[in-house]
Ligand binder design. Structure first.
Ligand code: FAD
Ligand code: NAD
Length: 404
């Protein structure tokens, strides 16, 4: 140990990082450990609300929380800086503006968009990655409306919004757009038919993780509100005009092009020389990197196997927060030379919103929800995450209460 008090450094103040830090403050008295939380910004954001920020249905301020409102800076040392790399051999973290040593390290830097090397995607498509990238999408969409209205001969494709990928993020995003676009049409006095919302999915179905009945319900709900689907249509290229789709390479044009085709672990992992599986760090059941006694990797940066199903758990906020509990307990165990516990995921189910007023979900073992009960459940889940991070005060300040 570098000092008498072990120094525990948590990288990233997302779901995993905030919850780990919270649990560490509960596990250790101030004189027992120094706890440091490093984050790019001075705020935590609800990644699970980013599609709403991108559509403009939730303000960026509602989706973010000042970290110093949750943690007393006298209790947790807060560093607002960007992590560049981890040098595990020297037990050092390189930040953009300084460096940091650690005794125990928790890496919870979240996800980045995965474009799978699709030509032009990085250059020409927006992605829903953080508050800034989501705000940019919202602003861009509104700019397209203002521009369309101000031009004598506007580009008839400019109000189209193309969303590439019909997984959770893509579908939740088009659900929000289905609510927001009619409002923008009204605001700019533009006929609703001028603005198309098109979701493109390579697989034979959107949301393949849900059962067919729920998917059919969700798809119809979105279609009824003007969302168009191109299903079984792989995007092979993104150009400044739109997506190149399907075997006959049709160019589908739009003024706003958003890629929601997948995510992977933060690029800091690769830069730091960790062994990666599909961009993530494979961890043991105690959530440490194999052969690394003092480094835990959590949330979207980690590859945690579901041994029963022989594949990794899907990266979710639910998983990240549960991992945080085990990581904090295991750091305490390491400090006390006690046995470590294994992570076991308690899957409480999944709900996908289809805008503010509709949703589909599958909770507990096999209870299927749709419509109002699913919408209410989604809000309970969103508010629960706020509660876990900042208690009832945060729920009252930032929570979602409207169901209709
Ligand atoms: P994050 O919550 O992404 O946090 C990472 C943190 O690290 C951020 O604060 C970021 O600013 C910071 N950071 C990143 N890079 C650096 C750096 N270099 N230096 C310093 N700080 C850095 N999951 C669910 O369970 N339910 C849902 O309903 C749901 N909805 C979602 C909706 C959308 C639109 C998206 C994109 C994801 C959704 N997810 C949902 C998935 C969920 O958001 C992620 O699995 C979860 O955020 C992972 O938590 P995390 O702590 O690993 O990372
Ligand atoms: P995803 O991997 O779940 O979905 C991506 C979709 O894009 C897939 O359906 C895939 O077939 C499609 N796709 C990939 N390449 C394509 C191509 N070339 N052309 C057309 N379609 C293509 O990714 P996501 O939706 O970003 O979600 C990321 C993670 O976040 C998931 O694990 C998910 O569980 C989680 N998440 C959960 C929720 C929720 O629980 N409500 C919401 C959002 C995200």
């Amino acid at each position: 140990m570098s000092t008498n008090r072990p120094k525990i450094v948590v990288l990233g103040a997302g779901y995993a990082g905030m919850m780990t830090t919270k649990r560490l403050t509960q596990q250790f008295r101030p004189e027992e450990a120094e706890i440091v939380l490093v984050n790019k910004h001075n705020y935590h954001y609800q990644s699970t609300w980013l599609h709403e920020v991108a559509a403009g249905t939730v303000s960026h301020n509602q989706a973010r929380v000042m970290i110093s409102d949750v943690f007393n800076p006298n209790r947790v040392r807060l560093i607002y800086d960007e992590v560049v790399e981890v040098n595990k051999d020297e037990q050092r973290v390189v930040l953009e503006n300084s460096e940091l040593s650690y005794d125990y390290l928790v890496i919870s830097l979240g996800f980045v968009t995965n474009t799978f090397g699709i030509k032009g995607m990085e250059e020409h498509a927006f992605s829903i990655e953080d508050i800034e990238s989501s705000q940019l999408i919202r602003e861009h969409i509104e700019y397209q409306f203002a521009k369309y209205k101000s031009e004598e001969n506007p580009d008839e494709n400019s109000l189209n919004i193309l969303v590439g990928g019909g997984g959770f993020t893509g579908i939740e995003f088009v659900g929000e757009l289905a609510e927001q676009i009619p409002k923008l049409c009204k605001k700019y006095d533009i006929d609703r038919s001028k603005a198309r919302i098109i979701n493109v999915e390579a697989a034979p179905s959107i949301l393949p993780m849900f059962d067919k009945e729920l998917v059919a319900y969700g798809k119809k709900s979105l279609e009824d509100r003007g969302v168009e689907f191109m299903i079984g249509a792989a995007i092979s290229e993104c150009t400044p005009e739109g997506f190149v789709v399907g075997e006959d390479k049709e160019l589908v044009k739009a003024g706003t092009v958003v890629w929601t085709g997948g995510v992977t672990g933060n690029s800091v992992l690769g830069k730091s020389g960790f062994e990666l599986t599909k961009g993530k760090v494979n961890v043991d059941s105690d959530l440490r990197i194999p052969d690394e006694e003092n480094i835990f990797v959590l949330g979207d940066c980690s590859w945690v196997m579901n041994e029963e199903q022989g594949r990794p758990y899907a990266p979710t906020a639910q998983l990240a927060m549960q991992e945080a509990d085990v990581a904090a307990a295991n750091i305490k165990a390491l400090v006390n030379n006690a046995p470590l516990e294994s992570f076991v995921f308690d899957d409480k189910g999944t709900v996908a919103s289809l805008g503010d007023t509709d949703a589909i979900g599958s909770i507990f073992t096999d209870t299927k929800l749709r419509g109002l009960p699913a919408t209410a459940m989604k809000k309970v889940i969103d508010n629960r995450a706020l509660f876990m991070i900042g208690g009832p005060k945060l729920v009252l300040k930032k929570g979602k209460f409207r169901v209709f």
